[in-house]
Write a new protein. Structure first.
Length: 389
């Protein structure tokens, strides 16, 4: 099948954070938006058709999470990841970020220690700090353009009374697809120190050729004491429909999470989010294959551009996601100057590395989930800004 990812779509005026939020967050509505992690591509036709069909029904009353919702997830996990997931392991969630916060609320107490690995997705920090938990950081180590886990430091810090660990698998912003031995070691250390592992796997379907995502629950010996957070939102560009799910093999953890979600009255989804998730998982496979091929071309364009035209900026080659982590430490600019260069001089909105915590200094995150025309325009503006700096 043919899919047109080159078709430009005007998103301004639709309430889009990525576009309509430029004025609020960057004080300039005319920037090229390459920041917040959603794509500029329309969703698969199967999703649009399913939503239209449900809309035609005309009644949108209280709705159940039906068996077909669970079956779509079960089949996707089996086909895409080779993982057999029983239906009773699955809980609906209105998003992965809410799931992180709910897990903190349900499974830890104020003052408890929760570990993360920076630089990492900013809501990891707020889910911990805003709930009066103590943040512990096992900072990732960047070696020759690739991030690694400091396992000696992780072992030491988990031994210090940590109750929960947030694990980003695949990693955002660095684009690492953690290997089976790496994941197995993380799982083993959490088990050794009786730490609950919360594995954010929202980018697990966006894997480039040559790599394979391994769900954290598959990597270790046993799958107790962990929660796997997934969603079709990044894969199929459905973030605005607020539909995700948790896979929780451990019945004790599952019951605790289920109870607090029921208490908050968020255990049922909105009709269109449920419909979209099911349609995407049932009929979006070919679209996803084409998307990854398109994103691979964008990734290669970015890598080659900086290597040939602006070697002072070194992109880390992502193994997953449509996000590229740009190492700007050899530009001679500090973080404020780097942000000013991209925003004011080049006219590009990106996420400064500092928002991803310690280790993000000197970096910027670029979203390449856009048309080739948009990408090439942005790179041309960066080149001109560098020449005229």
């Amino acid at each position: 099948m043919q899919f047109d990812f080159d078709r430009p779509i005007i998103r301004t005026g639709t309430g889009s954070v990525k576009y309509d939020g430029l004025k609020e967050f960057f004080n300039n509505p005319d920037l090229i938006p390459m920041w917040i992690a959603d794509m500029d591509f329309p969703v698969p036709d199967c999703v649009i058709d399913s939503i239209k069909k449900r809309t035609d029904h005309g009644i949108f009353g209280y709705t159940l999470v039906t068996r077909s919702f669970y079956d779509a997830i079960i089949n996707w996990m089996r086909v895409k990841h080779g993982w057999e997931v029983p239906a009773d392991w699955i809980l609906f969630s209105p998003g992965v970020v809410p799931a992180l916060t709910i897990s903190v609320m349900a499974l830890t107490e104020p003052g408890d220690k929760v570990l993360l690995q920076s630089p990492v997705y900013p809501p990891f920090f707020s889910s911990i700090r805003d709930n009066n938990r103590m943040l512990v950081n096992n900072q990732l180590q960047e070696l020759d353009g690739k991030y690694c886990i400091d396992f000696d430091d992780l072992d030491f810090k988990l031994s210090g009374g940590v109750k929960m660990m947030f694990f980003c698998n695949p990693h955002n912003p660095a684009g690492r697809v953690w290997s089976a031995p790496e994941i197995k070691q993380v799982v083993a250390l959490c088990r050794k120190h009786n730490v609950i592992l919360i594995s954010d796997e929202i980018h697990s379907d966006l894997i480039y050729p040559g790599y394979r995502h391994i769900p954290s629950a598959q990597a270790g010996e046993g799958d107790a004491n962990m929660i796997i957070c997934m969603a079709p939102s990044k894969t199929f560009n459905l973030a605005g429909l607020a539909s995700a799910f948790l896979i929780i093999p451990d019945p004790e953890l599952r019951n605790k999470m289920k109870k607090i979600m029921e208490n908050l009255h968020i255990s049922y989804g909105n009709i269109f989010g449920l419909v979209a998730l099911q349609a995407a998982y049932e009929g979006g496979g070919d679209w996803l294959v084409a998307l990854i091929e398109y994103l691979s071309g964008n990734r290669d364009t970015v890598i080659n551009f900086f290597r040939e035209e602006l070697p002072e900026i070194r992109p880390l080659v992502p193994e997953a996601t449509y996000l590229v982590w740009l190492d700007c430490r050899n530009t001679g600019m500090n973080d404020r100057e780097i942000k000013r260069f991209f925003t004011n001089r080049a006219g590009i909105a990106m996420n400064p590395g500092t928002v991803f915590g310690p280790g993000g200094e000197g970096f910027h995150r670029m979203n390449i989930g856009c048309t080739k025309k948009t990408l090439n325009n942005a790179l041309d503006k960066i080149k001109k800004a560098w020449i005229n700096r």
